[in-house]
Design a protein around this ligand. Sequence first.
Ligand code: G3P
Ligand code: CA
Length: 284
Amino acid sequence: SPLEQQLKDLASFQVIAHRGASGHAPESTMAAYELAHEWNVDYLELDAQITADGEVVVFHDDAIDRTSDGEGAINDYTLEELKALDTGTWFNEENPDSADTAFEGAQMLTLEEVFERFGHDARYYIETKSPQLNPGLEEALVETLEEYDMVKEGRVLVQSFGQDSLLKVHELNADVPLIQLVWYYPSEEDNSRLVEWTGVTPGPEEITDEDFQAIADYAVGIGTNFIYEGEEVIDADFIRQANENGLPVHVYTVNETEEMERLMEIGVNGMFTNYPDRLLELVE
Ligand code: G3P
Ligand code: CA
């Protein structure tokens, strides 16, 4: 089945366009997704949030200030209000070298608009963002995934830092393949706090086969950072042990070619990048 094929494909290296080709075009806009899709990435990565009137939109930050001309919490606004914002012009101001007048006035996307545009011709790596700030997101997301046959057709992974959010998705539809996101620090002490925060795994120094198996009970892979304040937080042993427990490891967010090369050497199974063009060049 297409879903089985998708899971099989996770055994090979995956190029994941982080918020679209967001190094080249404003993140989470159609321009960024169009570009990544043209380049034939394995996944379009997007962050899902819920509007005040219950619509699922594609947007990363909890607040709209950084990447739009509005201000305040995204969840306080209706879709109509969010649609009136310009989510492209900030990029031109911040990135004069990549600026394009076509980005001006870019509208925030709904998840449905992304699905309408690319349909089953793309795969989507969807994050339930800030689950505590987005009540009802899991229900609305799963409903949309089902409406567009995204799960059956092997088109979607759902990722989250919140284990609860992932488990909620599974209660709604047990077939949705899940990715547990983690965030590691270089010190064991800091990592011990993660258990409290995410409900998942101790840090890479202490993680056991049982910990990996506890993730493998509900998830098909792990997404992790690789560096924190210049210090690497995962190594080849971590990847090997995760893989031995059936979990591919996808690393975020890797933008420099040298870092991509080093991470490929230690065996990572995929990367989230704002520059999928750079990564595709290495993979091909
Ligand atoms: O989803 C993987 C990575 O995107 C997590 O970090 O903050 O970019 O959503 P963030
Ligand atoms: Ca994300």
